[in-house]
Design a protein. Structure first.
Length: 78
């Protein structure tokens, strides 16, 4: 078990990872008909694939938030 307290951006990184995984699964499902020779999905399905990029941005915001919170210059002002 970890004894360190949760960082400021840990929750954002977790949520970003979940959203990224949903987008990645949607991408796999959307691309599958192209290889299987079946009818492609409607354009709305391709919009769900954008969750992959959104999840990456959310996770990156969590990392930036954690770094800014734990910056050495900020330790003196607390």
């Amino acid at each position: 078990m970890s004894t360190t307290p949760s960082g400021a951006g840990d929750r954002l990184v977790q949520v970003g990872a979940i959203v990224f995984i949903i987008g990645a699964l949607a991408t796999l499902v959307t691309v599958a008909p192209l290889f299987l020779g079946t009818d492609p999905f409607p354009p709305v399905a391709y919009a769900v694939c954008m969750l992959m990029g959104l999840g990456f941005l959310i996770a990156a915001a969590g990392v930036v938030r954690s770094v800014r919170r734990n910056a050495p210059g900020r330790a003196a002002t607390r």
